[in-house]
Design a binder for this molecule. Structure first.
Ligand code: N6E
Length: 157
């Protein structure tokens, strides 16, 4: 595994370009926050394999098409390694979202996303994500939760 960063995935299902499926995280890192579905990339897995696995484990949805949209890097003053999160959009899937041990899923209209109950960076990059852009960013946190500064740019594919 890469020793410089911790690789993670984040998968956000989008319906009809109007609603996103988020889950209320019930345990672990980010407990009590709404977020997309994702987690650590395991040894021997590609990033997109990990994204598909986590989507299924945490929401019970399966998708043949995960569309990579961005890479976000989070730096912490209180953790040794940055997190590198690969963000995917899913608009075709099979199954019905179900509550799992880790997440309680809920649909939100694009203009009703509960940013006050999400990580501070989300309000910054979701507008790019929702408008179909691709992006990359660096975010610097203190005490795990306080976002001190960031850089964010749209990328060309
Ligand atoms: C700081 N700003 C952030 N903004 C948006 N999303 C963030 C995030 N920081 C972490 N995330 C996501 O939170 C999940 C943690 O996953 P996490 O529970 O640690 O992983 P995993 O399910 O592998 O863990 P266990 O197997 O329970 O150890 C994972 O989707 C990751 O992308």
């Amino acid at each position: 595994m890469d020793g410089e960063v911790k690789l993670l995935t984040l998968v956000i299902p989008v319906e009809d370009d109007k609603r996103v499926l988020l889950g209320l995280k019930k345990r672990g890192f980010g407990e009590g926050y709404y977020n997309g579905f994702g987690g650590k990339v395991e040894p021997g897995e590609s990033v997109s394999e990990a994204a598909a696995r986590e989507l299924e484990e945490e929401s019970e949805l399966r998708s043949p098409k995960l569309d990579k949209r961005g890479v976000l890097t989070f730096h912490y003053d209180d953790k040794p390694k940055p997190l590198e999160i690969h963000v995917f959009r899913v608009s075709e899937y099979e199954g019905v979202p179900a509550e799992t041990e880790e997440m309680r899923p809920e649909w939100f209209a694009f203009d009703e996303i509960p940013f006050q109950k999400m990580w501070a960076d989300d309000a910054l990059w979701y507008p790019l994500f929702l408008s179909g852009k691709t992006f990359e960013g660096e975010f610097y946190f203190e005490n795990t939760h306080d976002l001190k500064r960031h850089e964010l740019r749209e990328t060309t594919t």
